[in-house]
Design a protein around this ligand. Structure first.
Ligand code: GAP
Length: 438
């Protein structure tokens, strides 16, 4: 069973490389640990996922606005948020081979001990290892300023809280959404794109009145909201669960993870945290800027509490790929939701050497392209073309054949059922749009 599960991970990694989802970072130089590059299919999947997330949380809600803050911030911001002192993991070193691991990852520790085949493994005492990635800014050698690549995207929201309140019509309760890169000097990056050193986060910070019951209410609301978001992507419900944190991060009053059953067992996919007034109070203290808001009804001022939802684009992408992987005999396909599939449709002329079919297929392709990401393929036989689209999860393949020329109908083949149906060319957009919004 375990072998089969590891096998699934190997199959996903191989498919990602073969079909242009994910490549090892700077592969031609031997790669670099914890870094991955996203290929043509991968970048589309990520974009669709981010767009879907943004649409749900910003476009469709009237209590959420967006921001895109800089990756590098004034280092004082990281002191204020507690990251320079507390953003760390416990590091231990194997005294035999000097490899380093996270002390709190029992399975990884046990797995490593097994590699020493019965030898008694001794470990160094756990030491807190800070995860912030440092870099330097400035043009005079020796006088450069040490700065950090952000370890989480949250801080950019917190330092702009007052800017947002003052420049928009928001009022409590309201949220700020952000998508962007984060960097962590992870002790043991691994699990393919599960734990990277460079990754992307999608977060909402939802600001509420600083009242215990309000905190509990919105914390529960966001837990359910985020689980529904995941399930709306057509994933297997049984593989997701909530897990409360036993040990809280330095900023959190309460925290729950949504976990997915990866090939190695249940592990985190996203977090919901009650950060209370940690960030805003600390920034008020360190910067001297007032972070209070006025309740126009009662006339009181207060520093709001922040209920956060935080998910990783890379980790979510891994979950979606693992969950969508299907095989039957020789056939492999990704049963990705039409909402996020890299291409919504592929268009093929039945024969690649008949100019009239190619011209008509190009006409269909060019029209659909105005609204969706559409793949084109006129090489090889139709079976091979279906197989290539199945592996990148294209839900519908449209073949332009002689019926198209005579009756204006195309054949639409469904990725999951492999059923084919005739659809009028002029009804194609309606057909696809109905599937997306079904
Ligand atoms: N702002 C809160 C925060 O950053 P976190 O639990 O440390 O909380 C939130 O991270 C999410 O970011 C995780 O659930 C995961 O999806 C993603 N994430 C965190 N570290 C990651 C890493 N090293 N590689 C990939 N994704 C990561």
């Amino acid at each position: 069973m375990k072998k089969e599960k590891n096998n699934l991970m190997e199959k996903i990694i191989s498919l990602c490389k073969r079909r242009g989802f994910v490549f090892p970072g700077s592969e031609i130089y031997g790669g670099i640990t914890g870094m991955w590059d996203y290929g043509p299919a991968g970048v589309l999947l990520r974009k669709n996922l981010k767009d879907f997330w943004w649409k749900e949380l910003v476009q469709m809600r009237d209590d959420m606005v967006g921001i895109d803050a800089a990756i590098i911030m004034n280092p004082r911001a990281w002191e204020a948020s507690g990251h320079t002192s507390s953003f760390s993991d416990p590091l231990v070193e194997c005294k035999i081979c000097h490899l380093r691991f996270r002390h709190d990852k029992e399975e990884e520790i046990a797995g490593h001990e097994n590699t020493h085949k019965g030898k008694k493994v001794e470990w160094t005492e756990p030491q807190q290892f800070n995860l912030l990635v440092k870099t330097y800014l400035g043009i005079i050698e020796g006088k450069q300023q040490e700065v950090f690549l952000r370890g989480e995207i949250t801080n950019g929201v917190s330092v702009n809280f007052k800017n947002i309140v003052n420049s928009t019509r928001v009022k409590i309760p309201f949220g700020i959404a952000q998508i962007g890169k984060a960097f962590r000097n992870e002790i043991t990056p691994g699990g393919f794109i599960f734990r990277d050193r460079e990754f992307e986060q999608m977060e909402t910070q939802f600001f509420i009145k600083p009242i215990k019951e309000e905190g509990e209410k919105w914390f529960e609301y966001w837990k359910q909201n985020r689980m529904e978001f995941l399930l709306s992507l057509g994933v297997n419900k049984k593989k997701f669960r909530f897990k409360d944190h036993e040990k809280l991060a330095h900023y959190a009053k309460a925290a729950t993870d949504i976990e997915y059953e990866y090939p190695w067992g249940f592990d985190e996919i996203m977090g919901i945290h009650n950060r209370a007034d940690w960030d805003l109070s600390r920034h008020q203290e360190y910067s001297g800027e007032k972070m209070e808001v006025l309740d126009t009804q009662t006339g009181e001022t207060f520093i709001p509490w922040d209920i956060e939802t935080s998910s990783g684009v890379d980790r979510l992408m891994l979950v979606l790929l693992l969950d969508a992987y299907r095989e039957e005999g020789e056939r492999i396909w990704l049963s990705l939701s039409v909402k996020i599939a890299p291409y919504k449709i592929a268009v093929f002329p039945l024969l690649g050497n008949k100019p009239e079919l190619i011209d008509k297929a190009k006409e269909v392709f060019n029209e659909l392209k105005k609204d969706y990401m559409v793949a084109w393929d006129d090489r090889g036989n139709i079976g091979k073309r279906y197989a290539a689209q199945d592996e990148i999860g294209t839900p519908y393949c449209v073949t332009v054949d002689f019926d198209t020329l005579e009756k204006g109908e195309v054949t639409v083949r469904d990725r999951d059922t492999m059923k084919q149906e005739k659809v009028k060319v002029e009804d194609l957009k309606k057909f696809i749009t109905e599937k997306i919004y079904a």
